[in-house]
Design a protein. Structure first.
Length: 345
């Protein structure tokens, strides 16, 4: 496809499941927002904005989550020096029914909107879609935004906070936060080079308080597909970042991969483990939620790129494809993992 500036864009398939971006759209701007508990963890200094009021001045937690999305997008636009009316489309999603966190939060920007849902994998999915839009010439500038809120997620998927339910050791703490990226074609910068869209996996896990175990098989499958398609190995990357398997899911991922001769222990970290200090924060197995991978990517990871700590990483967000209805009916929890190769060009 020939774009308006005369450049040629090509989305090319590599292997069975991986897409290569020839022009490699650049992340021109990024923004992150985090809540009070997240600010008590080790990544506090990397977040662009910290909201200490869980209501963010609103009447409900759901309205607060919408505010988080808008604030993350505003920061990304500010950093990229791009105005909202220059953005051709925004891909956004969250965990709430009908993605109301996104639709209500982004309404004021007036940007053409395409809602996304991949559970906790939504940031990777949205990033892939935004990059594909720019690479194909369908958009000159695109944006992606993802969020979650501990209280709104607990109310929808488990029990309202007032219930005072006891959390199991395998449970994860839904991150209150949001992340946003602005993508466009530039000659240099932190770019999206490749992507592998995951397949749905169901290995029979049905415990809604053990999502790490449910998501690990999808992460293993997607990573193995990517490495096979690209003929690369874990040692070719500075980091392999999952989001968000937590402690239980990360250990399961190692076991699954090592059965097939793949060892990622030196390169791997997990957003659910990075965002909290588990030794003194009561988050059990770690963080989770759409906002977990999004806020970590758009804070610490992008800062590492800017400071030359990393130059070539794999970012793989994982999602448990459950709903209150499916869980109430005793269904298993299928999972998905989408992978994005992010590097300096």
């Amino acid at each position: 496809m020939i774009t308006a500036d005369g450049s040629f864009c090509l989305l090319k398939r590599t292997g069975a499941y991986t897409i290569e971006f020839e022009n490699q759209p650049v992340i021109a701007g990024w923004g992150s927002v985090a809540g009070k508990k997240e600010a008590e963890g080790p990544l506090k200094k990397y977040f662009d904005k910290i909201i200490y009021d869980s209501y963010d001045g609103c009447d409900t937690f759901e309205q607060a989550e919408s505010m988080f999305q808008g604030e993350a997008l505003e920061k990304a636009l500010e950093r990229s020096k791009i105005h909202a009316n220059e953005v051709d489309c925004v891909f956004a999603g969250d965990l709430l029914n009908q993605c109301i966190g996104s639709s209500f939060g982004l309404m004021k920007f007036g940007i053409p909107y395409l809602g996304q849902y991949g559970a906790c994998s939504t940031m990777a999915q949205s990033l892939i879609m935004a990059a594909a839009a720019v690479e194909s010439g369908g958009a000159e500038i695109s944006a992606c935004v993802t969020s979650s809120h501990f209280a709104s997620a607990e109310r929808q998927y488990r029990f309202p906070l007032e219930y005072g339910g006891v959390r199991t050791p395998t449970a994860q703490w839904t991150v209150t936060g949001a992340g946003s990226c602005i993508l466009k074609n530039l000659k240099n910068g932190v770019c999206v080079a490749r992507a592998t869209v995951g397949r749905i996996v169901d290995l029979g896990v049905s415990d809604a308080n053990n999502m790490g175990a449910a998501m690990a098989p999808a992460a293993a499958q997607t990573l193995e597909c990517y490495l096979e398609d690209t003929k690369t190995s874990p040692e070719d990357y500075d980091m392999i970042i999952t989001g968000d398997l937590g402690e239980v899911g990360s250990k399961s991922l190692y076991d699954l991969l090592e059965r097939d001769g793949i060892n990622i222990r030196k390169q791997h970290n997990d957003c659910g483990l990075m965002i909290f200090e588990r030794s003194n924060q009561d988050v059990h197995s770690g963080g989770s939620g759409c906002g977990c991978a999004a806020s970590v990517l758009c804070s610490k990871i992008m800062d590492d790129f800017q400071n030359g700590i990393v130059q070539n990483i794999l970012f793989m967000a994982t999602g448990a494809l459950m709903s209150p209805t499916s869980s109430g009916q005793g269904a298993n929890i299928p999972s998905i993992a989408h992978l994005v190769n992010i590097k300096i060009k």
